[in-house]
Each structure stands twice: as structure tokens, then as C-alpha cells.
Design a protein around this ligand. Structure first.
Ligand SMILES: *[C@@H]1O[C@H](CO)[C@@H](O)[C@H](O)[C@H]1NC(C)=O
Ligand SMILES: *[C@@H]1O[C@H](CO)[C@@H](O)[C@H](O)[C@H]1NC(C)=O
Ligand SMILES: *[C@@H]1O[C@H](CO)[C@@H](O)[C@H](O)[C@H]1NC(C)=O
Ligand SMILES: [Cu+2]
Length: 736
């Protein structure tokens, strides 16, 4: 072991001990200066007191804790007046709890509490119940409160969705998949023993199935194409399609009435497995005999193909411990403060983001992610995944220290209750860390007139979660820069989905394995950005520039092309809804009605980084269900009833969406109103051989920046102690 390694290990050990001491001391409730980065020399105690106050306030945004979940389940069981079966065991004809989640008070109530000293609003939850055991089954959403000891529940379904929620819109729960797989594997496959055995060596366990969506072509349909793969061990099945796909109708609430409607094998369609077996026996089926890949010839194996070397690459450590404070769901970093939570459906969300205690963003949250596929095989060609209905938050699994986030990051557990009667904890599923991005935030080296250097290391704070949606993974980042910039980033990684490679497969992607077609798809992500710049009264201002020929004043017979600033205020929702391919001014600002020192409106600029391209023709009958993707940016007036751009019920009834985003845009006045920006970023993914074993993050992503623009009178990073400045007469060989 070399000296550097020893030193690093010592540093890590020391940091760990310090962290443990801090945890122990804070848990016994004593206030402790050593653990408090603001207690470091150079930080002011007054700031700490002020922040402590707001950190309690952040609890208004906190997720439910395990005790609260349990209390609500108890309450529902004794007060709904019906039998509730644990969703893990529930049949479609049972009643069960789908999920429970915190329900925030109205924004006005929260602002009165945060800003005007009003009393803390009641804490409430939303409980989503599948009522399968009644004449007219439905989905009902209840508001349950007050926590921690609920005494009331109120059916808010009609108020929230303006209509009832038909039972067929419910997401498919684990138990329903199990029943569908039983039908396929046990009943249906038993009718084609020769085909399955000869062609695939089927033994009852070597297959895996991937669900596709939507499940039909009209409201009420619930028939799913299940794509079959070899069930490989130690890597993802999604790269090993076998060419067999089965369409199962699982609409009936009586499981025994479910049936197979169609079977696809190697480019041909059959009425069922028995039909396929019959054709096979008659020698009429072109078969591709296949074996399950072993560990060594698995194209999807992520096991490094070389031995690991000792040491590894560089990694960061915190010489004085973390310079951020996390107090429950409240985070402080330099001038930043915010609250965070995890929405079980839509993922990570931040609230009350402040810089120097002034709120800039009320809510910054992931809303939805979709993937639209193309293929020459049925499952692949029909697929339009709407991930929120599967659970972007719920599938945010444990993060691996040192790979998913830096070694010294702080890892936070998330509690949720879904498809169960008891809450579950996902350990370490959010990470927060300070990060030196390795590029100066700003710098200047002067060797003319006056010799000096000024610069600043770019240390940012990152909060991250990563969700794994069956085969692929999304990395969700929110990044805080010391110059007042917030960056939101999405990266895609994990395994691609695939179709069986046959005939004109290459029209739908790239062949990436003997029988594997990496199918083309789009990744589109929608975010909600509820900015409050200098208060809730904001307007949308745009800036761009325009060239105009101008005769040169001192030489009138000559013209130059002179660019000029073009400014505009967008006064109506329709003017501020920019379709994907529409020209959008390069600068779009959320601007307050106050001005900075130089008389310009204080504003934050929204800057997109996206490669979205075409989404889906509006003639598609499922288009409205994902209609937010029509717009790269749409600004709407804040409304309590327009909280989310999507709905978990849109996936299984995309023909009659429960939330239709385009209806949010109804040309209301957006001049000096409380405004919300809905941002869509995305990219087209035509897989290629290097997507194996996994899609890599570089280039596979998008995001946006929220940047102060005439908001401060001067770049606020000049007040950061991370800045460096020296002159020639000083010793410039060191920056300390
Ligand atoms: C849905 O079912 C619940 C439970 O039986 C019932 O209270 C509610 O009124 C129903 N909703 C509608 C819109 O029929
Ligand atoms: C896949 O294989 C594993 C181990 O061989 C087994 O435990 C699992 O049940 C199999 N899955 C299916 C769907 O057959
Ligand atoms: C700015 O907005 C605030 C809050 O809505 C309002 O009270 C004030 O009159 C506005 N000022 C101007 C100059 O429009
Ligand atoms: Cu992809």
C-alpha cells in the first residue's frame, strides 16, 4: 500500500469517526458546534439561528414517517366500513390500499405559515383505495387527517378529477402480474410442450416476461403483450428476447376468465400457444433454436472483463467535514436552503429553495418520464411507457457508496407505503454531497498592466436519487451553484429494452446481438418549476437579438449588420407555451416586478439543455395522455387544481386521460401572477452496440438551468469564502 492510499484511508477513517460522533451527539439532542459547518471560523452564529428556525418549517414538506403510515392504515381499516385486503394478496375483486402519501396544504396556507407567522397547517395524507369488491368498482382518493392521529377522511376524487375514476384505470399491481404470469407459464404453455422444449429447452423457470403498455386500444381494455426473454442470472433479461410474445386479456375481475388472445413467434401471429404447437408439429413454423446464455457468453454481463487493480482513481474527501447541514428534510449549503421529499409516483422533489433566505423556487420536481418505442414485434411497437404509473419514487433504490454518489456523501432513507399494509424503507436512496466539479466557477489571470489572479473553485451541492424502472435507470440530479444557479439534470443508464431480431428489424434500431434488436425509443421527462422570484407575482419576459442593417454614423455610405436586444413580456398562457419545434427566444425569464440597482427587473432565466425532437403526432389516440411532451416550455398560472402534469391513471387509460396537461393552457393572464413553468427535456435513443452491456450516461441526458439574471446587483459568489485572489507581490504559488 502506498503512502497516498494510507493517507486517504486515514482521512476517510477520521471523517467517519467525526460523522459518527456527530450523529451520536445530535441524536441525544445536544447542540453541537463541531458538527455544525456554520460554526467553523468565518461563519456567523446569527445565520445558524435563522436557519434553524426555517429547518423546522421545512417539515411541512416532509414525507410521512413509518408511524404515520401505520396510523393511517389502522384508521382506514376501522373507518372505511369495508374489508381491506393487503394489496400484496389482493385479487382484482378485492378492496385494497394502493398507496398512501403526504398531501400538502394549499400553497397559500404554506406561505402564510412560512412567511407570515400563521399557525402550522394541519398535516394530511392522501390514501388511494382500489374498491374492487362492490357492484360498481372504482378507485377512490381520500384525504386523511389530521396526522399523526387521523380522525377524518374525505373522498376528494370528484373534486380532483372532475369525474369518477373507473376501476380499469388502476395501475397493475404485483399480484395481478403474478396471476397473468401463472396463466401464461402454467396454463397456456402447457399446451405447447414440444415447441417450447425443442426450441428453447423450456423448463418452467428459464423464461422472464416484460410487460408492455398501453394495454389495448380503447378505454376499458386491459390486454397486455408480454414479451418473453431468457431468464439469465446475474444480468438483465431484457437483452435476451426469444421471439415469443403473448397477448393476455386480464380485464375481468374474475381471474379465471382471463385468456390469451394472440401469440407472436418469429414474425408470425397465432391464435394461442396450442395453435402455434399445431403449426410447429406440422413443420410450418420457422424456428430459431436458442439456448439461455451462460455467464461467460452473456452479452449483458457487467462483470469487468479484466482483473481489478488496487488503488483506483482519485476521490474527494472533506478536510473539515461536510460544509452542509441536513436537518431531517431540510438542507443548508452556503447561501442555499431547501426542503426535499420523495413522491412515490413521480420521484424526488424540492421545496422552498432559498438563496440568502430569499425564496426563489417554491417547488422544483420531477413530474413524469415517458418512453415511446418502435419495433417490428408487437410488444415493442405498441410500447409507450408512462413511468410515473409504475413509480419513479418507489423504484428509487439504495445507492452504492463511491459509485452512485461519492463515498462521503450523506445517504438518506426513504419510507413509502404502496401495494402493502405496512410501510417500507428503502435505505440510502437519496444522496446529498458537496462536489468539486473540477472546473473553476470563474477565473481571470492578468499579465497586463496589473499582475493578479482571481478565481473560485466550483464547489456545488448535489442532491440525487436514481430510479430503476425494470431494465433502465434514470439518475435525477439537482445541483446548487454558489453563484445562485440551480441546475436540474437527468441521465439515462441501465439496460436497453429489446425486441427479437428478425426481417426488417434494422428499420427500428440496431442489431446488437445474435437475436437482439436494440429498439428505438424516446426519453421525455417533464419537470414542474414553480418559481417565485421576489415574491409570487411574476411575469415572463423574453430576450433575444435581431440584426438590422445600420449605416455607419461616421461613414454614411457604409452599412453594418448591428444586433439589437429584442425584449417582450408574454401576457397570456398561450404565448408562453412553446411547442417542441417552435422557435423560442433564447432568453426566457421569470421576472419580478422589482428592479435591481441598475433598474432592470430582477429575474431568473430558464435555459434548457434538450435534444427532444419529435414527440408523437396529435392524431395518436394516446397522445393527450402525455400531452405535456408537446411543449419544451409552458408557463401557466398557479392553480391548486393543477398540481401535476400527469397522472398514474393515464397509463392504463391513455384514451381518456385523468389529467390532460394541455387543458392547463387556456390563455389565462400570466402578467404579474403566481406562475409555474413546465419543462420537457428529452432525447432520441437509437441503441447501438456500445449500449451493451449498459447505456452509459455521457450524452444520454438533458436538463435545464435556472440562472439569476439581474437578480443580484453583483455575482453573489464574490461573498463565498471559496474565492481566491492574489497579486504579483504576494506568494502566488499557493492559494491558501
Ligand atoms: C366509489 O366507491 C366508494 C366506496 O364504495 C364510494 O364511497 C364512492 O361513492 C364511489 N365513487 C363514485 C364516484 O361512485
Ligand atoms: C428466473 O431464474 C431464477 C433462478 O434461476 C428463479 O429463481 C426465478 O424464479 C426465475 N424466474 C422466472 C420468472 O421463472
Ligand atoms: C409588485 O407586486 C406586488 C405584489 O403583488 C404588488 O403589491 C405591487 O403593487 C407590485 N408593484 C408594481 C410596481 O407593480
Ligand atoms: Cu434509452
Amino acid at each position: 500500500m502506498n503512502m497516498r492510499a494510507v493517507f486517504v484511508l486515514l482521512a476517510v477513517a477520521l471523517a467517519t469517526i467525526l460523522a459518527l460522533v456527530c450523529v451520536l451527539l445530535t441524536q441525544t439532542g445536544s447542540s453541537n458546534k463541531e458538527c455544525d459547518p456554520d460554526a467553523q471560523p468565518g461563519h456567523q452564529q446569527t445565520k445558524v439561528r435563522q436557519q434553524k428556525k426555517s429547518s423546522d418549517h421545512s417539515l411541512v414538506f416532509s414525507d410521512l414517517n413509518p408511524e404515520e403510515y401505520s396510523q393511517i392504515v389502522e384508521y382506514l381499516k376501522s373507518n372505511l366500513g369495508v374489508e381491506l385486503v393487503n394489496a400484496a394478496d389482493a385479487n382484482p375483486s378485492d378492496n385494497c390500499i394502493y398507496y398512501i402519501q403526504v398531501q400538502y396544504p394549499s400553497k397559500q396556507k404554506v406561505l402564510d405559515y412560512l412567511d407570515k407567522g400563521a399557525t402550522k397547517p394541519k398535516r394530511e395524507a392522501i390514501a388511494v383505495i382500489f374498491f374492487g369488491n362492490q357492484i360498481d368498482p372504482n378507485i377512490t382518493e381520500y384525504l386523511v387527517g389530521p396526522l399523526p392521529m387521523p380522525t377524518y377522511h374525505e373522498d376528494i376524487t370528484l373534486q380532483k378529477y372532475k369525474d369518477k375514476l373507473p376501476y380499469y384505470r388502476r395501475p397493475v399491481i404485483g399480484k395481478e402480474y403474478v396471476e397473468a404470469y401463472n396463466l401464461v407459464y402454467q396454463q397456456e404453455f402447457s399446451t405447447a410442450p414440444n415447441f417450447l422444449n425443442d426450441v428453447f429447452g423450456y423448463d418452467g423457470t428459464n423464461f422472464a416476461a416484460l410487460t408492455t403498455v398501453p394495454r389495448g386500444f380503447r378505454s376499458g381494455d386491459r390486454s397486455t403483450w408480454f414479451v418473453l426473454f431468457f431468464n439469465v442470472s446475474g444480468s438483465c433479461f431484457s437483452l435476451h428476447p426469444i421471439g415469443l410474445e403473448v397477448l393476455v386479456d386480464h380485464k375481468s375481475l374474475d381471474v379465471t376468465k382471463w385468456k390469451v388472445l394472440k401469440v407472436f413467434y418469429n414474425g408470425k401471429y397465432y391464435s394461442n400457444m396450442e395453435d402455434l404447437e399445431k403449426h410447429y408439429k406440422e413443420g410450418k413454423v420457422t424456428v430459431i433454436r436458442m439456448n439461455r446464455a451462460g455467464r461467460d457468453d452473456d452479452i449483458g454481463s457487467m462483470k469487468p472483463k479484466v482483473a481489478s487493480m488496487s488503488g483506483g482513481g482519485p476521490f474527494q474527501f472533506d478536510p473539515v467535514g461536510p460544509r452542509y447541514i441536513i436537518d431531517k428534510n431540510h438542507v443548508n449549503f452556503q447561501s442555499w436552503a431547501f426542503a426535499f421529499g420523495m413522491n412515490v409516483n413521480s420521484g424526488l422533489r424540492l421545496f422552498d429553495i432559498r438563496f440568502k433566505n430569499e425564496r426563489i423556487v417554491y417547488e422544483l420536481s420531477t413530474q413524469e418520464a415517458i418512453a415511446i418505442y418502435g419495433s417490428n414485434a408487437p410488444g415493442g411497437m405498441i410500447t409507450r411507457y408512462i413511468d410515473g404509473s409504475f413509480g419513479i419514487g418507489r423504484f428509487s433504490f439504495e445507492l452504492v457508496r463511491g459509485v452512485d454518489c461519492p463515498y462521503l456523501a450523506t445517504y438518506i432513507d426513504v419510507h413509502y407505503l404502496m401495494e402493502s399494509d405496512t410501510p417500507e424503507t428503502i435505505k440510502n436512496s437519496i444522496c446529498i454531497f458537496e462536489h468539486n466539479s473540477g472546473i473553476p466557477l470563474r477565473r481571470h489571470y492578468s499579465n497586463m498592466h496589473s499582475m493578479y489572479y482571481g478565481g473560485m473553485t466550483n464547489t456545488v451541492l448535489v442532491i440525487r436519487a436514481i430510479s430503476t424502472l425494470i431494465n433502465y435507470d434514470y439518475i435525477w440530479d439537482f445541483i446548487f451553484y454558489q453563484n445562485g444557479v440551480i441546475e436540474t439534470k437527468i441521465h439515462a443508464t441501465g439496460y436497453i429494452s429489446s425486441s427479437f431480431y428478425f426481417e426488417d428489424g434494422q428499420d427500428y434500431g440496431s442489431r446488437v446481438g445474435e437475436y437482439t434488436l436494440g429498439t428505438l425509443h424516446t426519453h421525455f421527462i417533464n419537470y414542474k418549476v414553480d418559481m417565485d422570484v421576489g415574491g409570487t407575482s411574476n411575469r415572463i419576459m423574453t430576450q433575444d437579438m435581431k440584426f438590422s442593417p445600420t449605416s455607419v454614423p461616421w461613414q454614411q455610405d457604409t452599412t453594418i449588420q448591428r444586433p439589437k436586444v429584442v425584449r417582450e413580456v408574454l401576457k397570456k398562457e398561450n404565448e408562453a407555451a412553446f411547442a417542441l419545434n417552435e422557435h423560442m427566444p433564447r432568453y426566457v425569464h421569470f421576472s419580478s416586478n422589482t428592479t435591481n440597482k441598475w433598474g432592470h427587473p430582477r429575474s431568473y432565466r430558464i435555459q434548457l439543455v434538450s435534444f427532444a425532437g419529435e414527440y408523437l403526432p396529435e392524431t395518436s389516440p394516446v397522445e393527450k395522455a402525455m400531452g405535456w411532451a408537446r411543449y419544451k416550455l409552458a408557463v401557466t398560472k398557479y392553480k391548486e387544481e393543477e398540481q401535476e402534469s400527469s397522472s398514474i391513471y393515464n397509463q392504463n387509460d391513455p384514451w381518456n386521460p385523468s389529467v390532460t396537461f394541455s387543458e392547463f393552457i387556456d390563455n389565462e393572464d400570466i402578467n404579474l401572477q403566481d406562475l409555474v413553468a413546465w419543462i420537457t427535456v428529452g432525447f432520441l435513443h437509437i441503441p447501438h452496440s456500445e449500449d451493451l452491456p449498459n447505456t452509459a450516461t455521457p450524452g444520454n441526458g438533458g436538463g435545464f438551468f435556472l440562472r439569476p439574471y439581474n437578480y443580484f446587483d453583483l455575482d453573489p459568489s464574490i461573498y463565498s469564502s471559496d474565492g481566491v485572489y492574489f497579486r504579483s507581490e504576494e506568494d502566488y504559488s499557493s492559494s491558501s
